[in-house]
Ligand binder design. Sequence first.
Ligand code: NAI
Length: 260
Amino acid sequence: MTSTSTPTGKLAAVTGGASGIGLASVERLHADGHGVIIIDRSMDAHEVAARLSTPELPVVAKIADLSSAEDIARVTAEIDEEFGGVDILVNNAGIHPKKPDGGHFPIEDITLDQWNLVMDVNMTATFLLSQWAMKAMTQKGWGRIVNVASRAGRMYMPISGAHYAASKAAVISFTRYLAGDCGPFGVTANTVAPGRIKTPLSDVSGLGSSQNLHEEFAKSVPLRRVGRSDELAAAVSFLASEDSSFITGSVVDVNGGIFG
Ligand code: NAI
């Protein structure tokens, strides 16, 4: 799994690293030779850190609620004090409110509180953490920011509420501007846009088992299946590596070929 051209000895922070795509990204970046800080609201982050951490390559858990600007300020100050910033930032944590039956989430049903929460976690945390991380990265003259958006930020998907889709489209646009501001300093910023990936977040039980819904959805995917978290982590690993040195502001679709 380790790429010979991947720089080692870097320090990565991965939000939402206790589950799903974030967890797979933590495992992959660690296998690539990086120390990793998991930022998550879930205490499971401690178990992941304990399982993976080695004396040479630590994995550290930081518990924070990314819907809170105060919590973000606290955790980033801690990281600055303990580690002096990070070299790689993966803004992966996200929430995706769904209708209980897994069906269309109409705009008229979205409350202002729901709208604000989705924007805070999916977009504002990405902005605040990127703004923080780019300071140390631009000073060092090297850095990688990888933001996890969604296929829903690229096209109309009735199952995704407009709040979720708008937050993910905003992440894509924000990342282009991040790339613009960071580029002169040797820091890249890219987006990964997952299609349906089997994780707790995509578990739409509703009218049947989530497995059945995944199988039904898979019929519309050219590769005829839903994705795995490690397949997302591979894209994150590449965009966090030296191999992607001339790629910035881009969106990497990891969706099995489904664009409609
Ligand atoms: P997941 O639900 O398995 O993991 C999300 C992680 O984020 C959890 O560990 C959770 O504790 C953490 N988190 C959520 N809200 C938080 C908050 N306020 N503060 C701190 N941590 C918080 O989700 P999954 O599927 O791994 O999703 C990861 C990213 O991928 C999300 O941004 C999601 O929108 C995106 N995505 C996922 C797709 C899928 O099919 N699974 C498809 C498209 C995008």
